[in-house]
Design a protein around this ligand. Structure first.
Ligand SMILES: [Zn+2]
Length: 239
C-alpha cells in the first residue's frame, strides 16, 4: 500500500495565478441580509449585510452560486469521467484514476484545497431602499392583517468591487490535461454567464431579486517563473 497522490492535488507548486477583477452591478433589488437588527441605532428592522457601513456580497455567497453553476455545467456534459459528488458524502474523493469531481477540484472539499478564491464584494456606489412586505397566510394564501414588515434592499445599479483568484488553471493559454481543460471551460462558462445574462445571489431570487452582472472585467495572468509581473487581458476577449 502506498499513499498515492491524487493527480488533481497539484497546488503544492503554483505555476499559474489568474486574477479576475471588475465591477458587479445589480440589475434588480439585492438583499443579502444579516438577520434582525438588535441595535437601537439601526432605523430599520431588517438591514442588509454591511462592512464599514457599505453593503457587501460575501465571497462565500458568490462562491456558492458559482459552484451550483459548475455542477449544472458538469452534469450537462453527461460524461462519466466528470462527476458531481454529493457534498454530504464523506467518502467522496475529488479525483481518482478515471474520474474527476470538477466542482470539488475548483472549489475544494475535505480532501482538497480550493483553487478558486473570491473576495467579499463591497459596494462603492449604492443606495438603500425599503420594501414593505406582507406576511402571507400559509393555509389560505391571503394576507395576514397586521403582519407587515420592512426589508432593506440595495437598489438596482449599485456598484460593487469584484475580485477573484484562480490557481494553476490557465484560462488564457489552453491546458493539456483533460480534467484541467474541463475545469477551465467550466469557469469560463460561469464568467461568461456573469458577463452576459447575469446570475442571481442573495434572498428572494424566486421573484427575480439579486440579479447581478460583471462589468469592466479584466484578467491578469501571472506565470512562473515570474509570478510578479502579470499580463493583462480584457476578460470578455479571453472567455
Ligand atoms: Zn466532489
Amino acid at each position: 500500500m502506498s499513499d498515492k497522490i491524487m493527480s488533481c492535488a497539484d497546488l503544492d507548486v503554483i505555476d499559474t495565478i489568474i486574477k479576475v477583477e471588475g465591477k458587479i452591478v445589480n440589475l434588480t433589488p439585492l438583499r443579502v441580509g444579516q438577520g434582525k437588527s438588535q441595535e437601537f441605532t439601526e432605523a430599520t428592522d431588517n438591514p442588509v449585510m454591511k462592512i464599514k457601513g457599505k453593503p457587501v456580497i460575501p465571497g462565500s455567497s458568490l462562491k456558492g452560486a458559482f459552484r451550483s453553476m459548475v455542477e449544472a455545467y458538469v452534469k450537462s456534459l453527461n460524461d462519466q469521467k466528470y462527476r458531481v459528488c454529493d457534498i454530504n458524502d464523506d467518502k467522496c474523493t475529488s479525483c481518482d484514476d478515471h474520474s474527476y469531481c470538477i466542482p470539488c477540484i475548483l472549489f475544494g472539499f475535505k480532501d482538497l484545497a480550493s483553487r478558486v478564491y473570491i473576495l467579499d464584494s463591497i459596494a462603492e456606489e449604492f443606495s438603500i431602499g425599503q420594501r414593505t412586505m406582507v406576511t402571507i397566510n400559509r393555509v389560505s394564501g391571503g394576507q395576514l392583517t397586521g403582519h407587515l414588515y420592512t426589508l432593506d434592499f440595495v437598489e438596482p445599479n449599485s456598484k460593487f468591487n469584484f475580485s477573484m483568484m484562480i490557481y494553476n488553471l490557465d484560462l488564457v493559454n489552453q491546458e493539456k490535461e483533460d480534467w484541467k481543460r474541463v475545469s477551465v471551460d467550466a469557469l469560463k462558462y460561469v464568467l461568461k454567464t456573469l458577463l452576459t445574462e447575469g446570475i442571481f445571489v442573495g434572498g428572494r431570487k424566486s421573484v427575480g431579486y439579486g440579479l447581478i452582472k460583471l462589468t469592466e472585467g479584466k484578467l491578469k495572468l501571472y506565470k512562473s517563473p515570474d509570478l510578479l509581473t502579470p499580463k493583462e487581458y480584457d476578460l470578455a476577449k479571453v472567455i
